[in-house]
Design a binder for this molecule. Structure first.
Ligand SMILES: Cc1cc2nc3c(=O)[nH]c(=O)nc-3n(C[C@H](O)[C@H](O)[C@H](O)COP(=O)(O)OP(=O)(O)OC[C@H]3O[C@@H](n4cnc5c(N)ncnc54)[C@H](O)[C@@H]3O)c2cc1C
Length: 463
């Protein structure tokens, strides 16, 4: 065991009694020290509870012995939310992975937090149902992690984000009390909305042990278009033009030329040499309506000087397009060993201004910058690729991030659309939240977690 551990032998023994197994070897601790940020902090021990009672006993012990507890799903977070920055116990929820029930009549599902998002998608789809929140990490992220971060994804432009599908929650608060919130009905306004408060709380208020999720009937028809443009500005402009026309696609994804260069060479239909940006547009709904809407989109982008428009011929081709899109984030490491990834949101009509600003900063600094993401809802993933050991590049990148955040707020945007604050953005929180909001949020944290044991060091900047 780590000699500086906040967990002594007696605590480890008690944790073994609760969960049956506790990992404490260096190899295990290192394996769980990471998330998708590439930052690392060693936990003192790791447990894998199998039910709510075990989670409750863990948080009761933690409150009594005052050690930090950090919930973790798949560890795919992009802001360090599941990293144990103050050591302590990592509580990995992946063994609580039962889809408890799917109620076809009322369109609700009860699930445990460790269910992998993509597995849930497939299960409900096999029953003719649809769960829209679709983070690009859905092949491995967990529903618990999605709720804790209020994950979004390409389809948020039409269907909204995770919070729009969480009807009720069961969670455990520090001290071990089990709290049930929300409803199983289509409506409900009794008291404060604690379900929404927990959704997006980044594991700082309670450990979610069960979720009641809202489902929709699966759309009968989906069609996918790929549109290339000779300028980044033109593609960005088309995003709001499409919506202004009264067309609400399921997705409008934007990719600049640096992101496109990370797509596989066998991308369906190929990539024109002169292409500087692209949109992936998907319409869904009743077949007749989808057909008409797709024709309208094709007419609009053609009028707007798109250099090519291709419709996916079948669902396999559409799948390859999405596979290529989802592979971009990890493929960016071809540019440099380190990545600073931000997920700002601006009003949709101002995406062209944002894209131009990035271009200006790219030319001024010489840094590799990539923009892509869920442009349909204004959520652009702005990424700087660099070697963090290069002090000149690091300093330039920090300055660029600061100006991007300031510019985003000046456009009426927000600093994070879906990845949360965690540790990587906590230093910038004060830029967006006014002192009144910060005060109330800290009071809420105290009400749930008076001893500050649950996921400490997250969201709020520390001295
Ligand atoms: C390639 C890639 C693409 C991505 N694309 C998207 C995208 O399109 N949209 C998007 O929103 N995100 C995206 N993400 C980010 C990430 O996948 C999401 O934030 C996801 O919701 C995290 O789920 P997870 O299970 O990995 O959670 P983790 O990373 O393990 O944890 C995330 C946070 O949730 C807390 N947490 C986890 N489980 C619980 C629980 N049961 N109770 C309470 N708190 C809990 C943790 O403490 C932490 O603060 C992407 C990540 C990668 C690597």
């Amino acid at each position: 065991m780590n000699q500086h551990s906040s967990l002594n032998r007696t605590i480890i023994q008690k944790l073994k009694t609760i969960t049956g197994k506790v990992l404490v070897s260096d190899a295990d601790r290192i394996s769980y020290a990471y998330d998708a940020t590439n930052l690392h902090y060693l936990p003192d021990a790791i447990v894998f509870p199998e039910n709510q009672e075990q989670v409750s006993n863990i948080l009761s012990l933690a409150q009594e012995a005052e050690f930090p507890v950090v919930p973790r799903g798949a560890g795919s977070g992009l802001t360090g939310g599941s990293l144990p920055v103050k050591g302590g116990l990592l509580v990995v929820l992946t063994r609580m992975n039962r889809i408890i029930s799917i109620d076809m009549d009322n369109l609700v599902a009860d699930v445990e937090p460790g269910v992998v998002t993509g597995i849930f998608h497939k299960r409900v789809q096999s029953m003719g149902l649809f769960y829209p929140p679709d983070p690009s990490s859905s092949a491995y992220s967990t529903l618990g992690g999605n709720v804790a971060e209020c994950a979004g994804g390409p389809s948020a432009v039409k269907y909204g984000v995770t919070r729009d599908y969480v009807l009720g929650l069961t969670f455990v608060i520090p001290g071990g009390d089990i709290v049930q919130t929300g409803v199983r009905t289509a409506k409900g306004v009794v008291g404060y909305d604690l379900t929404r408060l927990l959704t997006g709380s980044e594991g700082t208020l309670g450990i979610i042990t069960q979720m009641t999720l809202r489902l929709l009937p699966h759309p009968k028809c989906v069609q996918t278009l790929v549109v290339f443009y000779a300028s980044m500005h033109k593609a960005a402009e088309n995003v709001s033009k499409i919506i202004r026309k009264g067309l609400i696609p399921k997705t409008i994804e934007y990719l600049d030329h640096a992101a496109m260069a990370c797509m596989p060479l066998d991308f369906p239909g190929g990539i024109p040499d002169e292409a500087k940006s692209m949109l992936i547009i998907e319409m869904d709904g009743a077949p007749g309506q989808v057909h008409t809407d797709i024709q309208d989109v094709i007419a609009l982008v053609t009028e707007s000087q798109a250099i090519s428009v291709t419709k996916a011929e079948n669902s396999l081709q559409a799948q390859s397009i999405w596979q290529a899109r989802k592979a971009i984030s990890p493929a960016l490491y071809r540019y440099a060993p380190d990545k600073i990834n931000e997920d700002i949101v601006v009003p949709r009509s101002l995406i062209p201004d944002f894209v131009d600003k990035v271009d200006e900063l790219r030319h001024a600094t010489g840094l590799t910058m990539v923009t892509f993401g869920h442009a349909g809802d204004g959520n652009i993933h702005f990424t700087v690729m660099l070697d963090k050991n290069d002090p000149v590049a690091k300093k330039k990148a920090d300055t660029v991030i600061e100006s991007i955040f300031d510019y985003t707020l000046a456009l009426g945007g927000t600093l994070s659309g879906e990845h949360g604050i965690g540790i990587t953005k906590s230093g910038y929180l004060y830029k967006e939240l006014n002192p009144g909001e910060q005060y109330l949020m800290k009071q809420i944290k105290k009400a749930f977690d008076p001893k500050g044991i649950l996921n400490p060091g997250k969201i709020f900047p520390e001295p």
